[in-house]
Design a binder for this molecule. Structure first.
Ligand SMILES: [Zn+2]
Ligand SMILES: [Zn+2]
Ligand SMILES: [Zn+2]
Length: 211
């Protein structure tokens, strides 16, 4: 019997309209037969079922395949990871993101960039939602960039002119960018926030150099 309240966040991308759909899932909301997560466009749904042996069965729409994919994961994996992704067996593209909300959000954003690259390579024009210059709203971009900055700072991967570990960093949200600066040496970096594409290089970086 599980006494501690467990919760996770799950997300997928709607194959029809390209939107990222995200929702919190509690352990107890899963004690019923099944839970459906639907896209606002009404054209896709992710199905979560808890089986008798305590495992979680997922039916996840895939953006590249005509039919959804089925996965079975243990409830420890489902509720216990910071981030756990499930990939399309035919393309390796991630279809489902499970874990802590901010990690899921960031993974969903990276997935969008991967898709944009795929579409670009294919010269495809068919995917309406992804061809719009900006599919995420501004607050989400800020959230994602701030999240990555916090991660880099926690890992000691922000560098300036000060000796390692000596810098003191502040983050300012400006109209057209987020500025990270060191209050000791004055070095700074400006991260564009007008679209995820322009933030791509930063989101995929494992260190941030201020100059
Ligand atoms: Zn949709
Ligand atoms: Zn697939
Ligand atoms: Zn410094």
């Amino acid at each position: 019997m599980v006494l501690s309240p467990k919760q996770t966040t799950i997300a997928y991308r709607c194959p029809r309209c390209g939107a990222g759909i995200m929702s919190a899932v509690g352990f107890f909301s899963l004690s019923g037969d099944m839970l459906k997560l639907k896209c606002d466009c009404g054209e896709s749904e992710l199905i979560i079922q808890r089986s008798r042996d305590g495992k979680i069965r997922l039916t996840v729409p895939c953006i590249l395949c005509p039919k959804p994919h089925q996965y079975t994961v243990s409830s420890n994996l489902f509720f216990g990871r910071e981030l756990f992704t499930l990939a399309c067996p035919y393309s390796d593209l991630d279809t489902c993101f499970i874990g802590e909300t901010n990690h899921v959000k960031a993974a969903l954003a990276k997935n969008e960039l991967e898709l944009l690259e795929l579409l670009e390579e294919a010269g495809a024009e068919s995917f309406d939602a992804l061809n719009r210059p900006q599919t995420l709203t501004d607050p989400q971009i800020y959230d994602i960039i701030l999240f990555v900055i916090r991660e880099l700072e926690a890992e000691g991967e922000i560098h300036c002119r000060c000796a390692a570990g000596e810098g003191e960093y502040t983050v300012d949200v400006l109209d057209d960018c987020i500025r990270v600066s060191c209050t000791k040496c004055g070095a700074e970096a400006r991260l564009p926030t007008d679209s995820l594409l322009s933030a791509n290089a930063f989101l995929n970086a494992d260190r941030l150099q201020l100059s």
